[in-house]
Structure formats: structure tokens, C-alpha cells
Write a protein that binds this ligand. Structure first.
Ligand code: GYE
Length: 323
């Protein structure tokens, strides 16, 4: 998606921010609904917590859940969605692995009159009637938050500040937007330079491998690691330590998700800031699924509330982290 369109979309989304406050109680007596959920995979601690949230919220809300794991492959998600259409589920929800390529299968769902809810990641489609609502974080804002933290952290220092970026899955909304959010903040400040940028596919092994390659090429020229999630940041931390570097001290580590692993790394002084992205979307998803099955109209965008955790609050906050 072009940066300008993305910006416009962000504004539209901000304008449409709404919290879903429908009570589940009103539907408690209704017939049980069946929800088909096509998950991205099991690539990260975030994802594990998200899956757990969806499964436990379904049980609590008395929703019959059909769950599939696409192992980070779009073709598997498309197959799962087609099978939910064939099984005539009441509602389909999915967390799209990438942003593009969804029109054909979503048209099939629409033709079968099965409402589709997007969770976590957004898609790039021309026809917004192909889905009912999108429940999840504002990744562009998360990227801006990471960028603003960096600007502030280096405000008294002259450049260059060399950034090595560990991108998430190529073509995914969080990778696209966490990159764009950072760029938006640093583009007018020549002090910051992204000297390397590569995908580690949101996994610990991927982050470690890419960081090893970055260290070989750029060595101690790297001032900042900007990792699109905690798993990749933790992999990069391992790579830095194995190379005799001191993550969190001689290399600033910025990450996303704010999982327990991220908090532990911050408490140990190895990560400097973790921008929160909540995976606990299950309860909102169940409310939305029940509401849509009952013929209610939902806001087009439901944004999760999140914050930024600098390392100095990590030790105190860690015990209360839920994922
Ligand atoms: O940041 C990452 C996961 O889509 C927000 O996917 C999610 C991202 C999350 O693999 O850890």
C-alpha cells in the first residue's frame, strides 16, 4: 500500500476508533454460533498468547470454534477459509498473514453470506464490504511510538545513528506499518540512517540469523536494532552476545509486542524499550462474532488500547504481564 494511502487510511481509522462495548449477556440465550478462525501460525510468543486468548474466549462465550493454523502461509489460510465456507459456519474470522491477495476468497464468503471479521492484521482490498470489521492494533502508530522513543533517546547526541532493522513477515501489515511509522518520524532527521533492513519472519531463529549476518557486514557500526517483534529481538540479542557485544548498552534495542520475554530482556538490561501490542483479542472477537451473527452493525475498525514500556519500568511491571 502506498505511503499516502496508508496515511489516509490511518486517519480514517483514527476517526473511526471505537470500543466495542456490546454486552455478551444479551446473546446468552441465543443459539450457539459456529466461528471458523484461520490463524497465521505459531511463529511467536505473541501468536501463542493470541491463540490461547481466542480459544479460551470462545469457551467462555459458548462459541463453537473451528480453529486452523496456516503455518504462516497464505495458501493454507485461503484453504481454511474455503473449508469454513463449505462447512457453512456462521462467522469466519482470520488474522491475514499478508495484506494483499484476499479478494477472490472473500468474494466467495460474501456470496455464501458468511460475515468475515479480520483480527490482528489488516488487508488491502478495494471493496470494504468484503469484511465486517477489523479488530486489532494500530501498527503505524506503534512504529511512530518506536521512532519517537528513539528520537528522544538520542536527542542530545549527534549522528550518525545507524539503525539495523529486523523486519517481520514480508508483506504483512505489522511489518509494513512498523517500518512506515519509524520512517515517518526519522525521515526529516538526517542523523538517523537505516543501514540494513531484512526480514526475520517474526521468529527467534530468523532474528538471530539475520542479526548474525548484519554483525558480519556492519560490526560495531550498528547503534540501534529496531526489531519488529520480541522474538526477533531476543534472537538478535543472542547473536550480539555470541559476538561479544552488549545489547541494551552498546547497541540500543527497540522492540514490539511487550511479551514477558521482552520484559525479562529489559529487566536484564538487554533491551531498551518495548512498544506494546496486545494479543488478547479473543473476548472482543467473540463479542463481535455474536453481534454480527445477531444482525447488529459493528464499527468498521476496533482499535486495541496500548502503550510503550521503557526498560526502567520493566522489573516493576513484569509480574503483571499476562503474555
Ligand atoms: O507483533 C508478532 C507476530 O501480527 C501483531 O505477529 C502481530 C505480530 C506480532 O508474529 O510477534
Amino acid at each position: 500500500m502506498a505511503a499516502s494511502r496508508r496515511g489516509t487510511l490511518a486517519l480514517l481509522c483514527a476517526a473511526a476508533v471505537a470500543t466495542l462495548t456490546l454486552s455478551t449477556q444479551g446473546y446468552a440465550q441465543d443459539k450457539q454460533i459456529t466461528l471458523g478462525f484461520a490463524q497465521v501460525g505459531a511463529e511467536s510468543a505473541w501468536r501463542t498468547a493470541n491463540t490461547e486468548s481466542v480459544k479460551s474466549a470462545a469457551a467462555d462465550a459458548h462459541v463453537k470454534l473451528k480453529f486452523s493454523d496456516a503455518q504462516q502461509k497464505q495458501e493454507n489460510q485461503i484453504k481454511a477459509i474455503r473449508s469454513y465456507i463449505a462447512q457453512k459456519v456462521d462467522v469466519i474470522a482470520f488474522s491475514p498473514v499478508v495484506e494483499s491477495g484476499w479478494e477472490p476468497v472473500l468474494r466467495e464468503a460474501k456470496a455464501a453470506k458468511i460475515p468475515v471479521i479480520l483480527t490482528d492484521r489488516s488487508i488491502d482490498v478495494k471493496d470494504p464490504s468484503l469484511y465486517v470489521t477489523m479488530i486489532g492494533s494500530d501498527f503505524l502508530e506503534e512504529g511512530r511510538r518506536g521512532g519517537k522513543w528513539l528520537e528522544d533517546h538520542y536527542k542530545d547526541q549527534s549522528g550518525p545513528i545507524n539503525i539495523a532493522e529486523l523486519q517481520g513477515t514480508v508483506g504483512s501489515a505489522p511489518a509494513n506499518d512498523r517500518h512506515s511509522g519509524l520512517m515517518e518520524v526519522i525521515k526529516d532527521d538526517p542523523k538517523f540512517k537505516i543501514i540494513a533492513s531484512q526480514s526475520g519472519d517474526f521468529t527467534l531463529a530468523g532474528g538471530k540469523q539475520v542479526m548474525e549476518a548484519f554483525i558480519k557486514t556492519y560490526g560495531n557500526k550498528i547503534n540501534v536494532v529496531y526489531a519488529h517483534n520480541d522474538d526477533m529481538a531476543l534472537g538478535a540479542i543472542q547473536a550480539m552476545e555470541e559476538a561479544g557485544m552488549h545489547p541494551g548498552k552498546d547497541i540500543t534495542v527497540v522492540s514490539f509486542d511487550a511479551t514477558k520475554g521482552g520484559f525479562q530482556a529489559m529487566a536484564a538490561g538487554k533491551m531498551n524499550v518495548d512498544v506494546e501490542c496486545s494479543p488478547l483479542l479473543g473476548p472482543q472477537l467473540m463479542e463481535a462474532a455474536k453481534a454480527v451473527a445477531a444482525g447488529k452493525t459493528l464499527p468498521k475498525r476496533i482499535v486495541t488500547t496500548e502503550t510503550v514500556f521503557p526498560a526502567d519500568v520493566a522489573a516493576a511491571t513484569l509480574p503483571s504481564r499476562k503474555y
